[in-house]
Design a protein around this ligand. Structure first.
Ligand SMILES: [Zn+2]
Length: 287
């Protein structure tokens, strides 16, 4: 669908630009994209859950926490206090943990979800409205005590700008994890490194329909990003154009190769994030 392709292209260009500017402007503290007001609030707001705005520019009222561990998963780096999201996201991750355990996978390592009230968050271009979560591809650890989950190292499947992955670098279990995440009923998209998507496309699957939800994106060479759709009863949540029909293994995927790192911009003004939706001010100051 041409509309989808154009929209994706624009989005991709915009995301690349934003990510580049972000990296260039990022310092150790008070980095661009980090608004301390959003990162310092420790609790979600009271009341009904309500995502406001878009995945990359918004906030969430009434977010809840994913428990630090549960059947089939464990949260890493709990000290970051980023295990907040919409109840539908929490339910999705809990369900995914149960299905992964039933499939014989070791506990999933759940990384960043969102901040207690969403909003701008360092290290991410999205994760702002409680509907996104990162899951590491590393699948070799047992259930660990919370403090030992603070300093784990990820498992890099390939380099950030590498077109192919080394033979055997993506295990059958890791491919299974991506399939399980893509087939969660609420999943809207999965983001994964283009070379990993290409590897998934080359595998034989009884049903390939889920591959269309697995979208190639830069980064994501050691984690997958799961995004659920706007929950029903969320009029302020901005939907994204649905993924095109088919497995997405054709020209759209191939347009990513050869991968090239972005050229750093010289000079110019530092990146200024767009203003948040007005309704987010009330979320920030709500009890
Ligand atoms: Zn992510």
């Amino acid at each position: 669908m041409i509309g989808e392709r154009i929209a994706t292209g624009v989005l991709r260009a915009a995301a690349g630009l934003a990510a580049t500017a972000w990296l260039l402007a990022a310092g150790p503290a008070g980095a661009a994209g980090e608004d301390p007001a959003w990162s310092q609030v420790r609790m979600g707001s009271q009341g009904a859950p309500q995502p406001i705005g878009s995945y990359s520019n918004g906030c969430i009222a009434g977010a809840v926490q994913l428990p630090p561990e549960g059947p089939g998963y464990q949260i890493i780096r709990l000290s970051r206090n980023r295990n907040w999201g919409h109840p539908d996201l929490v339910a999705t991750l809990e369900d995914l943990g149960r299905r992964a355990a039933a499939a014989g996978l070791p506990p999933l390592l759940i990384a960043d979800m969102g901040q207690p009230r969403g909003g701008p968050i360092t290290d991410h271009a999205a994760h702002e409205i409680g509907l996104d979560a990162d899951i590491w591809l590393r699948l070799d650890l047992p259930q660990l005590p919370r403090d030992q989950r603070e300093t784990l190292k990820p498992d890099y499947i390939t380099g950030p700008w590498t077109d192919v992955i080394p033979r055997g670098a993506l295990s059958a279990q890791q491919a299974q994890l991506i399939r399980l995440a893509a087939t969660e009923p609420r999943t809207e998209r999965i983001f994964i490194h283009p070379a990993i998507k290409r590897e998934l496309c080359a595998m034989s699957w009884d049903d390939r329909s889920w591959l269309g939800k697995v979208r190639p994106w830069t980064g994501h060479n050691e984690h997958l990003h799961i995004r659920i759709g706007c929950p029903s009863g969320s009029p302020l949540c901005q939907e994204q154009a649905p993924t095109a029909a088919g497995d997405g293994c054709g020209a759209d995927l191939m347009s990513w190769f050869p991968m090239k790192p972005p050229v750093p911009r010289k000079g110019g003004k530092p990146y200024v994030p767009p203003p948040l939706p007005i309704a987010c001010q009330r979320v920030l100051t709500a009890p």
